[in-house]
Design a protein around this ligand. Structure first.
Ligand SMILES: Nc1ncnc2c1ncn2[C@@H]1O[C@H](COP(=O)(O)OP(=O)(O)OP(=O)(O)O)[C@@H](O)[C@H]1O
Ligand SMILES: [Mg+2]
Length: 161
């Protein structure tokens, strides 16, 4: 059974550093099995936010765009799998890149361009829609489906994001 959709909540970050800090607060809340789907057009801050999330999970490696290698792995208090599906032509290709095993595996998955996975993306995940507001301003709208998405959004709301 799939859980209910979460009421969306938007946070505006007015600099790349603010996005990193927000991502770090989010990363500190994540547990094994969490999936974060990062939607939004090119340059809206998905990778920047992923870098903050990885830092909040305790990863010390530099997080870069995984566009050409599709999935990169970082090591924090949990394994972090960071995928960019921009170049995926067909959701069936997911099997070939090994993301499906990682989705219910040992760590946290951060997925850019999750819509490319179609129905293969588990229905229960935290979704973040990233949008460009200005040269240094981005809006991040959190939502998604299921108990974990609800807990994460509630926890962020409780600390004022
Ligand atoms: N408030 C902000 N938050 C995040 N990034 C910002 C912000 N202001 C400016 N930027 C800049 O916007 C760019 C965001 O790039 P990023 O690679 O994170 O985007 P992306 O959504 O991952 O793009 P792509 O779809 O190509 O993977 C960076 O150059 C970053 O410095
Ligand atoms: Mg990116």
């Amino acid at each position: 059974m799939v859980g209910e959709r979460v009421l969306p909540m938007t946070i505006v970050c007015d600099s790349p550093a603010a996005t990193l800090a927000f991502g770090a607060r989010l990363g500190a809340l994540l547990v094994c099995g969490d999936i974060v789907a990062l939607q939004g057009e090119l340059g809206t801050g998905k990778t920047q936010l992923a870098a903050g999330i990885a830092a909040g999970l305790g990863a010390s490696e530099a997080v870069t765009s995984p566009t050409f290698v599709v999935i990169q792995h970082y090591h924090g208090r949990l394994p972090i799998h960071h995928a960019d599906l921009y170049r995926l032509d067909d959701p069936a290709e997911l099997a070939g890149i090994g993301l499906e095993e990682l989705l219910d595996g040992d760590g946290v998955c951060l997925i850019e361009w999750p819509e490319r996975a179609g129905e293969r993306l588990p229905a229960e995940h935290l979704s973040i829609v990233c949008a460009w507001l200005g040269p240094a301003e981005r809006a991040f709208t959190l939502g998604g489906t299921g108990p974990r998405a609800r807990q994460i959004v509630a926890a962020l709301a409780a600390v004022g994001c």
